[in-house]
Write a protein that binds this ligand. Structure first.
Ligand code: URA
Length: 442
């Protein structure tokens, strides 16, 4: 089957067959399909879309382009969460140990940040000694003994996605629902999970700004994942303000430690984390209802069991044994601290969330290109939530920077991102919607 014939059919709005899609992805993996051909097909899909059955065939072909992990020897359900990405979204750091403390096994394969959104892997890289690319034996041992291990993508999982994503990234073809669906799910299916919960973000800091688009993406993900036999549901959660009070890398890890130990828990962060934990327990079959899932998750948090799992995961992957007790010593700290001051009295009426993410990039804590290095110490803390009352001269946030110039540039962005209004805005729901499905059988 000639790749150009497959491209021609999609260009002409035909429905591709499973064998055409499989042949194209096999060629992409083997290197017989060129970057130009991959880009042309990606653009044809971007413009003309794909039916669900085509997106499913693409997902399965990309899953099968590399290794598929097998966790059938784990003594409990193997589950994971995937977020479409946001600002101050450090949920994974708390969620994996909470769910592990409730009896699940969470082999979480996470990504690095790109553009305005942060990545779990960059956050964990700020912990001295923590290995985000351990050998397979260590990964399996930590998952088995601790219940969770958060590591980075390996080259052997869904290599076709790696190639196609690199092409999409430079050809304006990322924002296509079938392509995003196949990209995310091929990696999750290759990770060998038994169930999955998706956190699809919506709002001015998210990939999908409009509720309609977020619902379309969530529905596509849930239908294709269940079609592939992976029990999956999705929560659509708000990203019109940073989720945690911190944005950056080391600062988000410190925020997660405070959350797990009970030193400080932001309300919205707690709500979203516990809702996702309950959903994971429900989908994994460890709870009969969301209410029971919530109760179990809260208990794992309040009893300190989740904090203990996090500590063991960090140590098991090479980090310090006393990380929870002395996180401030083990995390890098930026030399400059600069308060961003409110110019007037009022209430936080809106936050241009994407600008907060870009302020982290300005500080050096995020990357514009995949190959860029980052500064793990810089970031923002004390970010005021929507609806908070503030007086002129009080801080909206604290910038942690390498140099005063960077701090002032980031502060300027943050000040402009915060709209201070006379009236308190009406509260917004942290969880907008739940979308669920049943796995295909046979
Ligand atoms: N994340 C992915 O892994 N793939 C996409 O296409 C978009 C977001």
């Amino acid at each position: 089957m000639l790749p150009q014939e497959i491209i021609r059919r999609k260009r002409d709005r035909q429905v591709l067959t499973g064998s055409e899609i499989a042949a194209f992805i096999a060629g992409l993996t083997a290197g017989t399909v060129t970057d130009a051909q991959a880009a042309a097909l990606a653009m044809a899909v971007f413009l003309n879309g794909m039916r669900r059955e085509e997106a499913l065939a693409l997902t399965l072909a990309m899953r099968d382009s590399g290794e598929v992990l097998d966790w059938s020897d784990m003594p409990g359900p193997v589950t994971d969460k995937h977020s479409t990405g946001g600002i101050g979204d450090n949920v994974s750091l708390m969620l994996a140990p909470i769910v592990a403390a409730c009896g699940a096994y969470v082999p979480m394969i996470s990504g690095r940040g790109l553009g305005h959104t942060g990545g779990t892997l960059d956050k964990l890289d700020s912990i001295s000694g923590y290995r985000t690319q351990p050998d397979t034996e260590t990964f399996r041992r930590v998952v088995r003994q601790v219940g969770c291990a958060i590591i980075g993508q390996t080259a052997s999982l869904a290599p076709a996605d790696k190639r196609l994503y690199a092409v999409r990234d430079v050809t304006a073809t990322v924002e296509s629902i079938p392509l995003i669906t196949a990209s995310i799910l091929s990696k999750k299916l290759a990770a060998g999970l038994q169930s999955l919960v998706l956190d699809v973000k919506v709002g001015n800091g998210a990939f999908m700004e409009k509720p309609r688009d977020a619902a379309a993406l969530a529905t596509s993900l849930v239908e294709v994942a269940n079609g592939a036999g992976l029990r999956t549901s999705a929560l659509i959660t708000g990203m019109s303000e940073p989720l945690a009070a911190a944005a950056g890398n080391a600062v988000e890890v410190a925020n997660a430690v405070d959350f797990l130990t009970g030193t400080h828990r932001g309300q919205r962060l707690e709500k979203v984390t516990l809702a996702l934990a309950a959903e994971m327990l429900l989908v994994a079959g460890l709870a009969d209802s969301q209410a029971e899932g919530l109760r179990l998750a809260r208990q794992a948090l309040e009893s300190g069991a989740a904090a203990e799992r996090f500590a063991r995961m960090v140590h098991g992957l090479g980090g310090p044994a006393d990380f929870m007790e002395r996180a401030h010593v083990h995390l890098p700290r930026a030399p400059v601290e600069h308060a961003v001051i409110a110019a007037r009295d009022g209430f936080v009426g809106s936050v241009a969330t994407r600008s907060i993410g870009l302020a982290v990039v300005v500080l050096g804590g995020g990357r514009a290109r995949a190959e860029d290095g980052i500064d793990h110490a810089v970031g923002i803390t004390g970010l005021l939530p929507l609806g908070a009352e503030v007086r002129a001269g009080e801080p909206l946030a604290i910038v942690h920077a390498r140099a005063q110039d960077d701090a002032e540039q980031a502060a300027q962005r943050i000040r402009t991102a915060y709209a201070i209004e006379d009236a308190r805005p009406s509260p917004r729901d942290a969880i907008a919607r739940r979308i669920h499905g049943s796995p295909a059988t046979g």
